[in-house]
Design a protein around this ligand. Structure first.
Ligand code: SF4
Length: 213
């Protein structure tokens, strides 16, 4: 049972309510999207094939119980579901970062889904698979990366249309180098939006182009 793995590393979580916590990242190769602002193009094709046993062996090197499976788009590889199941069985606290363009129906219930639905500026908005909302759990997270006012208004409307704040935790963050954080915060406060604002923490700590952090 193999997966194409782009990188495995130990860092701090930087893009969710888990932000700031030490975390092992398992980054899977391949993505079915091509977002305009993508900073992970190295994940599209680069990687090495590892068995699930080899992945589990590798992450044992790190003294950490929180694991995030990310990409690229991790669900693009069918064996991702089996990897998630094995991580749960091995008593890890597991996060799955996904674009929301592929179904999360088969994701084990113990896994926290962090769904990065795509706003208009990504040019990938048509790829959002809204039926994923039917599989959301209360402790899952929905993230909107905002690059401009159009993105913000679009996200606000989707939150209202699908009553997302009743279903899961909602996050809004600025697309890196595209918009001032202050603008988004002002809009959130003006609209009394029940969301959590956040920034990409790792990009504040390390070189924004650095891989493996
Ligand atoms: S989903 Fe993520 S990895 Fe894929 S193109 Fe968009 S930003 Fe890049």
């Amino acid at each position: 049972m193999k997966l194409m793995i782009n990188e495995i590393y130990h860092s701090i979580q930087g893009e969710s309510s888990y932000s700031g916590r030490p975390c092992i990242f398992i980054r899977l190769t391949y993505c079915n999207l091509r977002c305009s602002y993508c900073d992970s193009e190295h994940t599209f094709y680069e990687g090495e094939e590892l068995t699930i046993e080899e992945i589990l062996e590798k992450i044992k090197e790190y003294p950490c119980n929180l694991v995030e499976v990310t990409g690229g788009e991790p669900l693009f590889q069918k064996n991702c579901i089996i990897l998630l199941q094995k991580l749960v069985e091995n008593k890890y606290e597991v996060l799955l970062e996904t674009s929301g363009s592929l179904s999360i129906e088969s994701v084990p219930k113990q896994v926290i889904n962090i769904i990065d639905f795509k706003c208009p500026s990504s040019k990938m908005v048509k790829k959002n698979l809204w039926e994923n909302i039917n599989y959301l759990k209360k402790d899952d997270e929905i993230k909107f990366v905002i690059a401009d006012k159009e993105d913000y208004v679009w996200a606000k409307n989707k939150i209202s249309e699908y009553e997302l704040t009743k279903k899961s935790n909602i996050l809004m963050s600025p697309a890196y180098n595209e918009i001032e954080s202050k603008k988004i915060v002002d809009w959130i406060l003006r609209d009394n939006l029940n969301v959590r604002f956040q920034i990409q923490l790792h990009k504040e700590i390390w070189d924004p182009d650095k891989k493996g952090v």
